[in-house]
Design a protein around this ligand. Structure first.
Ligand code: ZN
Length: 292
């Protein structure tokens, strides 16, 4: 219908523009949250980390200001990290993709919060090798809430869903069970892997924040996502190590054992991929199995 087509475009553009604004706020979270003594809400206005000058509103327009200022602070000329426009653009793309997947629904809102938390986690972990609890623990609760509010067969898969349905379970309870299974499988697989590594090598091979992060991903994406995401994130991680080695950014091979790499950003990349392409892949795989 003509009207709904036009409305669809207006909503899509609106959500993408909000995505830019949300990305601007994410930059504040990424910079301030892991740093002692900086509050998210105070000061209200952003400042240049180099000269501490307040940034005027017209230099603080998401993405565009970076281009107009050619990536430098207006006052002191210090280069502005390319992370700022990157996060803003990424945030807009993710928001638009979520709108395409969910439309205007509760799921759009909750999964939007989820991908924002993932984005902040990825950038904080890649810079400082920490994953703040504040980004993980409250998001757990939102994940369980949306599983109950909007029963979601993606969380369990059709086979488990049908089995529990036959057993007389309420759809909301089945959906919540899928989330809980996702948390348990995600958390335990990395927790046990890190314990095993510690027994074997006598030192930590994973950050303490990685098992809770994969648990969070399992809550929103369901238990079936865990092993594909583990596989995909390992491949992305390995590729990026090889690219860094080729670019001479890491010490030579022999020293690699002493270098710690944040695993969080790779888990996040794989999870975002699975959020948008997981169901089509499972559908394709199932069609391969059922073809005579
Ligand atoms: Zn400055």
């Amino acid at each position: 219908m003509h009207l709904s087509g036009a409305t669809d475009i207006i909503f899509g553009v609106g959500v993408a523009l909000m995505g830019f604004a949300v990305g601007s706020f994410l930059n504040v979270v990424i910079y301030r949250l892991p740093r002692e003594g900086l509050s998210i809400w105070q000061p209200r206005r952003s400042f240049c980390p180099a000269c501490r000058n307040q940034i005027p509103w017209h230099d603080n327009i998401p993405f565009l200001s970076y281009l107009f200022l050619r990536g430098r602070c207006r006052f002191c000329g210090t280069p502005i990290s390319a992370r700022y426009p990157l996060v803003e653009l990424l945030s807009a793309i993710l928001a638009f993709s979520l709108y395409r997947k969910y439309g205007i629904t509760w799921e759009l809102l909750f999964y939007w919060y989820f991908v924002c938390a993932l984005t902040a986690i990825a950038f904080i972990d890649s810079e400082l090798m920490v994953i703040p609890d504040l980004l993980v623990l409250p998001t757990y609760i939102l994940g369980f809430v949306i599983a109950v509010v909007t029963p979601n067969p993606e969380l369990t898969g059709t086979l488990v869903w049908a089995a529990l349905d036959r057993a007389g379970w309420n759809p909301r309870l089945i959906s919540l069970a899928g989330s809980v299974m996702g948390f348990a499988l995600g958390f335990l697989s990395l927790f046990l892997a890190s314990k095993a590594y510690k027994l074997w090598r006598g030192k930590d091979g994973l950050g303490a924040g990685d098992p809770p992060l994969l648990g969070l991903i399992g809550i929103f994406l369901g238990w079936r996502s865990i092993f594909p995401i583990l596989f995909l994130s390992s491949v992305i991680g390995l590729l990026s190590v090889m690219l860094s080695l080729a670019a001479g950014k890491l010490p030579s091979r022999g020293d690699l054992g002493g270098v710690r790499l944040p695993f969080g950003p790779f888990l996040v990349l794989a999870a975002l991929f699975w959020l948008f392409y997981g169901e089509p892949i499972i559908g394709w795989y199932a069609s391969l199995l059922t073809v005579q």
